[in-house]
Design a protein around this ligand. Structure first.
Ligand code: NAP
Length: 319
């Protein structure tokens, strides 16, 4: 194949980029820092392929400046940052990284769930501040997780992986999703509920929906008012699924007990109201952030780029 030009907006973990360089030229050396949008717009006209991150908006402006572009390969499973409709009209494949990050992201959802229920971050800070004066009957009492009800909002790959882990805790699992999945209900002992019923029933609510126009602010003031006062919200999906200002109010007023968050409405900004609250655990969008998973994701985007540049449909094309 002729040597094609690939634009990679950020250096990626693992050796996949070296593999890509055997066949293609990189339009710039992959950097450890974020690529400014102006630089992306400057380089994109020369690119045959683009490897980008979920934090970069690949919209009409970018795509219409890219006459040679064959593929946009997103280093993430969510692709709400890309104008897929316009890319499709422009004859450009869009790819993502499904499956390889499912287990790591489900693990992180559970890490947040256990951390919030058992107040691990508060305890860690108490010990570090030399305020641990000995075992006490009422020290940092948390919530039981075992035998409680877990509500999964969005039963896709990650939602199901979060649900599967609950069986080890003897939990009842209810779910709501766009489509009801009777085959999975039987296989994994899941019960389908409406979203409102799920919010009323669940002790822990895990958000696992894709971000779309329909799921933007899916959880807001009205939904918090349906939840139990003892409920804990876990969000490893996308920040915009939750009305963050309403979440701050719900946490402050005791409408819900706690939240574990990996994603934020205006990343990397975090609502200032969240920062002062003890009943929220804040992770910096690291759901897929394990050494193995991030390396596999890099292999996937590179393989999809090479496939598209050879004129074939990439394995993970979503259009
Ligand atoms: P997936 O398999 O495509 O699952 C997405 C789920 O969203 C599907 O179950 C789908 O429901 C549901 N959904 C979409 N639109 C909906 C609507 N209007 N109403 C109700 N449900 C709706 O994707 P996945 O691999 O599980 O990933 C899920 C999301 O997690 C990604 O889109 C991404 O934003 C996020 N994520 C975050 C991290 C992180 O680092 N925190 C890592 C990976 C992924 P149906 O199946 O019923 O159609």
């Amino acid at each position: 194949m002729d040597r094609k030009k690939v634009l990679i907006t950020r250096d990626l973990p693992g050796d996949a980029i070296k593999f890509l360089e055997a066949d293609c030229d990189l339009l710039c050396a992959p950097s450890k820092d974020e690529m400014p949008r102006a630089r992306l717009l400057e380089l994109i006209p020369e690119a045959d392929a683009l490897i980008c991150l979920l934090s970069e908006k690949i919209d009409k402006e970018v795509i219409s400046k890219a006459p040679k572009l064959k593929v946009i390969s997103n280093y993430a499973v969510g692709y709400n940052n890309i104008d897929v409709e316009f890319a499709t009209k422009s004859g450009i494949y869009v790819t993502n990284t499904p499956d390889v990050l499912t287990e790591a992201t489900a693990d992180l959802a559970w890490a947040l769930l256990l951390c919030t229920a058992r107040r691990i971050v508060e305890g860690d800070s108490l010990v570090r501040q030399n305020q641990f004066t000995g075992w006490a009957p009422d020290l940092l009492l948390g919530l039981d997780v075992s035998c409680k009800t877990l509500g999964i909002v969005g039963l896709g790959r990650i939602g199901l992986a979060v649900a599967r882990r609950a069986s080890g805790f003897g939990m009842k699992v209810v779910y709501w999703s766009k489509k009801r999945k009777e085959d999975l209900e039987e296989k994994y002992n899941l019960e389908y509920e409406t979203l409102d019923d799920l919010l009323e029933l669940a002790d822990f609510v895990s958000l696992n929906v894709a971000l779309t126009e329909e799921t933007h602010h899916l959880i807001g003031q009205r939904e918090f008012s349906l939840m139990k006062k003892s409920a804990i919200l876990i969000n490893t999906a996308r920040g915009q699924v939750v009305d963050e200002a309403a979440l701050v109010e719900a946490l402050k007023s005791g409408q819900i007990r706690a939240a574990g968050l990996d994603v934020y409405e205006n990343e990397p900004q975090v609502h200032p109201g969240l920062l002062g609250l003890e009943n929220v655990v804040l992770a910096p969008h690291v759901g897929s952030g394990t050494i193995d998973t991030r390396a596999k994701m890099a292999e996937m985007v590179v393989l999809d780029v090479l496939t598209a540049l050879k004129g074939h449909k990439p394995i993970n094309a979503i259009n």
